[in-house]
Design a protein around this ligand. Structure first.
Ligand code: ADP
Length: 561
């Protein structure tokens, strides 16, 4: 016959250990390794993003530089290079009319005299604009006569070095909490003989820079075919802010505030006043990092909880298994003892009888009684063990029949009465006359009663009393067994119904028992839709009550369950 495969306690424990500790630990390790890779990859990505962003900003700077030069080129060509002040001024105004991108222009010739300037005719109505421009011009008028020889020398040198001969000055002024940008681009007027010192100057209109020049630079940069920008699902956002103020002065339409990821100072472009910044809208690399960390911690926390749970579970499982193993070995020792004693007695008395040496007739009677009692004890014990093993294997079946419970209790006690009284017990029996027929398994109920009576016999010392009552109690019948024995400590009153459990009292351990009786009683009571309970006080005595419902449907439901 093929052996049915079943989990042994050992394999179950090992399996639990495996599932509870090894698996989460392995998962944790795998996760950490993955994490490391992830972090490495993340750092690489971060570095790449930084590099690409830096590159994009460099392009933006270059574009600004080229654009400024392109705007200056035609003006430089058309610039006056000689003449009296009135003529120069007229030429300058003409020039400005053609180039609305400039706020004002100026011309200074060391030989012929004063600094000549003109304001953008398109902005003459704008009082604030004019005030700023005139302020700037006043300042320039003061330092140009002094600085012009050096400036000219510098520009000539640049020319020789094939650089565009253009110089820039510029920066921010803060007046009444308003930041204003000022700038001048200076250059040599066209075809200026080597021996003359003259300088042309233009200033880019601040409004033009903010509304046209930089927005175009940003747009051109962001739409250029640089690799980082082309492949991005979330295109980066760019802005330009003054060196001393982190708030954007000009920004791309997708700029959503916050700190730029990478910044670049535009250096000399338009006179040192601008910093460009770039980032991904909606998030920062630090955000991505902290989200990643949060995610990691959550997973780690969950895994740790899983592990702690697993360890607790294993601990519970193992200690339960160990307790059960101890109980089982106690059980085996108890049962073999319990089997051996009645067998030895039966053999002893049977041998004595066999020899036929007994004189008195009463002796024969006594020996026969002992043999009967001992064999009854054996039967009860074996029945308990058999019942128990059937229950454990889930094969216990009950034969429910309508039964006269009063009659059943009476006849069960009758066969035991002699033994009870022989042991010197006062016996009291109260059976109500109003017990209706109840659907029960006769044998199981009789066995429960015997177990309870037997316990009362075993666990009583000097005060030998056993009382049995059967009565109706709201929709149920109660079968009660009372004694005045050693009693049960409150802490043990629930445990005594567990299989193999025997009280810790050393007194109990001198009394034979298997620890099965009460667990069987409970199983039987519950199979009938009822239950068993105990009221007890140490040294006072115990009362066990089996309650069985009169309603058979309850019993049927319980039996199915
Ligand atoms: P046992 O074979 O040990 O009697 P039971 O399951 O019948 O097993 O009882 C479990 C334990 O409950 C007993 O070992 C004993 O400690 C305690 N017990 C049961 N009945 C009584 C009682 N009437 N008085 C005191 N203790 C009892």
């Amino acid at each position: 016959m093929p052996k049915k495969w079943r989990l042994t306690d050992r394999t179950r424990t090992l399996l639990t250990l495996e599932l509870a500790i090894t698996l989460p630990a392995a998962a944790l390790m795998a996760f950490s390794i993955l994490n490391l890779k992830h972090i490495q990859r993340d750092q690489a990505i971060e570095a790449a993003i930084q590099r690409d962003f830096g590159y994009v900003l460099k392009i933006a700077e270059k574009k600004s530089w080229v654009k400024a030069n392109d705007l200056l080129a035609p003006v430089r060509k058309e610039f006056p290079n000689s003449g009296d002040s009135a003529k120069v001024k007229a030429e300058l105004e003409q020039l400005l009319a053609k180039h609305p991108e400039f706020a004002y222009v100026g011309y200074y010739d060391k030989a012929s005299g004063p600094f000549v300037s003109a304001l953008q005719p398109g902005r003459r109505q704008d009082a604030i604009f004019c005030a700023h421009a005139l302020d700037d011009i006043k300042m320039i008028e003061q330092w140009f006569p002094l600085e012009s020889p050096d400036m000219v020398a510098h520009l000539r040198m640049m020319e020789q070095q094939d650089e565009p001969p253009i110089g820039f000055y510029g920066g921010w002024t803060l007046k009444d909490n308003v930041r204003n940008y000022w700038n001048v681009a200076y250059f040599l007027p066209p075809e200026l003989p080597k021996d003359r010192v003259a300088i042309g100057l233009v200033s880019f209109d601040e409004d033009y820079l903010r509304k046209n020049f930089f927005p175009t630079v940003i747009k051109d940069t962001l739409t250029s075919k640089s690799s980082v920008l082309r492949s991005d699902a979330n295109p980066p956002a760019m802005m330009i802010h003054p060196t001393k103020d982190p708030n954007p002065w000009v920004a791309s339409s997708n700029w959503d505030g916050g700190k730029p990821e990478v910044e670049r100072n535009f250096g000399d472009v338009l006179g040192q006043g601008f910093v460009a910044g770039i980032k991904y809208p909606g998030t920062t690399i630090a955000d991505i990092g902290s989200r990643f960390l949060r995610y990691n911690y959550t997973v780690l926390g969950a895994l740790s909880l899983l592990m702690i749970g697993g360890i607790l579970l294993t601990y519970r499982n193992i200690s339960r298994e160990m307790k059960l193993a101890r109980l089982k070995s106690d059980f085996v020792a108890n049962v073999s003892h319990e089997l051996r004693t009645p067998l030895a007695l039966i053999r002893l008395y049977a041998e004595t009888l066999e020899l036929g040496r007994l004189k008195e007739k009463e002796k024969y009677q006594e020996y026969f009684r002992i043999i009967r009692e001992e064999s009854e004890r054996l039967t009860a014990l074996i029945n308990n063990i058999l019942d128990f093993s059937r229950i454990e294997a889930g094969r216990k079946e009950y034969e429910f029949k309508e039964t006269n419970l009063a009659e059943l209790v009476r006849s069960t006690l009758d066969s035991y009465r002699f033994q009870i009284e022989q042991n010197g017990f006062a016996f009291e029996e109260n059976i109500s006359s109003d017990i209706p027929p109840v659907v029960v398994d006769r044998e199981a109920i009789a066995r429960s009663l015997l177990n309870l009576v037997n316990n009362a016999l075993k666990y009583s010392k000097e005060r030998k009393y056993i009382g049995v009552s059967l009565y109706r109690a709201n929709g149920s019948v109660a079968l009660e067994v009372r004694d005045r024995g050693i009693g049960i400590a409150p802490a043990e009153q629930e445990k005594i119904f567990e299989k193999f459990y025997r009280c810790g009292d050393p007194l109990v351990h001198n009394i034979k028992g298997s620890g099965l009786g009460l667990s069987l009683v409970r199983h039987i009571a519950r199979a009938h839709g009822g239950d068993v309970s105990v009221e007890s006080a140490p040294e006072k005595g115990s009362t066990f009550i089996i309650v069985l419902p009169l309603d058979a449907s309850l019993r049927a439901g319980a039996a199915l369950a």
